[in-house]
Design a protein around this ligand. Structure first.
Ligand code: F6R
Length: 243
């Protein structure tokens, strides 16, 4: 694993955007695995700036997102599709037909999961997967559990995740209780994984995930078994590890 220490959130975002942009330049028709949440916003903003300067071309890129809330339409401003449109898709020349997220409104949960896995498979897998980490060690919405869930599945979100997400909703009752997420196997099959972490409140989980035992009770710990992981964290998030 390579670890890059950034000064702060902006520096982390620039470093992460450099890695994503290198991927796009090296392989213009790459498959990017994308994430939502606070961690990647700065990275997307930086990528948009470089696109606007004419330094980046998304026209051949395909994207697959990690997850989507169940029960929210694409137009709902809390859906992950909406987030991606807002921060990235509407601002760069990516082909909208080549941007994929699980369909939160799918009628048949099981079929939707199988469809998403088949899609990723048909694309030849993910070249670069961008990941944030939840306070409880979740990646995507793979929550702490007794075993690693392999494939795309629908999960009941843990109370701590619902609490962490409530800042985006007007009341806790509106926070969806279920979400679709790529499974651990799909994430681990990505050729390269870029993890971004910022803030002191992530310091403990960074230590556990990357230097503690590999266990499904800390889903991100499985990343220790991947042979091409880059961790970009700011000083606060990396403050509990020796590097
Ligand atoms: C988002 C996702 C989540 C977040 C994680 C960290 O698509 O899959 O696993 O990456 O909850 O969220 P932030 O970045 O808001 O701290």
């Amino acid at each position: 694993m390579k670890i890059y220490k950034a000064k702060d959130y902006n520096d982390m975002s620039r470093k992460a955007a450099n890695i994503v942009s290198a991927q796009i330049i090296m392989k213009p028709n790459c498959v990017l695995g994308l994430a939502t949440g606070s961690s990647p916003i700065g990275t997307y903003e930086q990528l948009v700036q470089w696109y606007e300067k004419g330094d980046l071309d998304f026209s051949e890129v395909t994207s697959v997102n990690l997850d989507e809330y169940k029960g929210l339409t694409e137009e709902n401003d809390q859906s992950y599709r909406y987030f991606m449109e807002k921060y990235l898709f509407s601002k760069v020349n990516i082909n909208k037909d080549q941007t994929f997220l699980p369909n939160g409104m799918a009628e048949d949960e099981q079929k939707e999961c199988e469809k998403y896995d088949a899609l990723i498979h048909s694309l030849g897998g993910i070249d670069l997967q961008l990941l944030g980490i939840g306070h409880n060690g979740h990646i995507g919405f793979n929550e702490p559990d007794q075993a690693f869930e392999k494939q795309t599945h629908c999960v009941a979100l843990q109370e701590s995740t619902i609490q962490a997400n409530k800042r985006f909703f007007s009341s806790i009752d509106e926070v969806p209780k279920y979400a679709y997420t790529m499974g651990i196997k799909t994430i681990m099959q990505s050729k390269k994984i870029l993890v971004i972490v910022s803030g002191e409140e992530k310091a403990e989980i960074v230590k556990k995930a990357f230097f503690g035992p590999v266990t499904p009770s800390v889903p991100a710990s499985i990343l220790q078994m991947h042979n091409d992981v880059i961790l970009v964290g700011d000083e606060a998030a990396l403050s509990k590890i020796d590097i």
